[in-house]
Write a new protein. Structure first.
Length: 259
């Protein structure tokens, strides 16, 4: 693979993963690794297979062939809940936030605390409300009002809540699909600050983005996909956006490989 160099301490390894939907081949022998504690980018045109690969890593889809290793062990995630239980959280473009619920309720969505007999399922709202602020403050400088419904927050505030929620649950790996799509400059910076804070605290992050300027601001390295294949890897400090574009479009297909 072009520009590929193995990383002994990789948190996650995807090896020769393939996935088809009927006659449509979404992934073909895709392989990549994510260095522990780094922010890694994943780029490619629409239909290159990026979202399918993310869904396989996060347990939404099962691969037809290939293997995944997480924390040095074979991983088989039959559902997103199994992936979350192992420390893999995903932030999709739609954020998966319930607009009519308060911030604290969204942070605990699917993980609600209860009191009394379990069969009664009485929500411990006081505990969830009191803990949410501290959970979000790990990553956000200006935490939005946690008692406000999410629908009253700005787009940037909703995004930072979704991202900080993913990190607040003791996660090891955060997958992000277009984390700043449709956000303005100020809100984009706020989201990127949260991402950098996650890295500072030791989390490993994979970012899908069509914004190459953002990829070069955020990431330590970037994987490039084309037509269902992972075709190469570059350290962003040593690469140029034009080189990545040529890899995405196929103009660099005949370029001399770099180790």
């Amino acid at each position: 693979m072009e520009g590929f160099a193995e990383t002994p301490d990789a948190l996650l390894r995807v090896q020769l993963v393939s996935k088809s939907f009927g006659a449509v081949v979404a992934l073909q022998d895709a392989s990549l690794h994510l260095p522990t504690g780094e922010i890694t980018g994943l780029v490619g045109d629409n239909g290159a297979g990026k979202s399918t690969l993310i869904k396989i890593i996060s347990g939404v889809l099962a691969p037809d062939f290939g293997t995944i290793e997480f924390l040095g062990k074979p991983a088989h995630f039959a559902s997103p809940s199994e992936a979350r239980a192992q420390g893999i959280e995903t932030v999709y473009q739609d954020l998966a936030l319930a607009g009519n619920l308060a911030v604290w309720a969204n942070v605990y969505l699917g993980r609600e605390l209860t009191i009394g007999p379990k069969i009664l399922h009485i929500l411990d709202k006081r505990a969830m409300l009191s803990r949410t602020g501290a959970m979000l403050e790990r990553f956000i400088r200006n935490v939005p009002p946690i008692a406000e419904p999410v629908e009253l927050l700005s787009g940037g505030q909703r995004q930072v809540v979704a991202i900080a929620r993913a990190g607040a649950w003791g996660s090891k790996l955060i997958l992000m699909d277009e984390p700043t799509a449709a956000l303005g400059v100020t809100e984009t910076k706020a989201v990127e600050d949260v991402i950098f804070e996650m890295k500072r605290q030791g989390l490993t992050i994979l970012v899908i983005s069509h914004n190459l300027d953002q990829i070069f601001r955020l990431t330590d390295g970037v994987w490039v996909m084309r037509r269902g294949r992972v075709i190469g890897y570059r350290q962003t400090a040593e690469a140029h956006p034009d080189e990545i574009v040529s890899m995405i479009t196929g103009a660099a297909a005949s370029a001399k490989p770099r180790a």
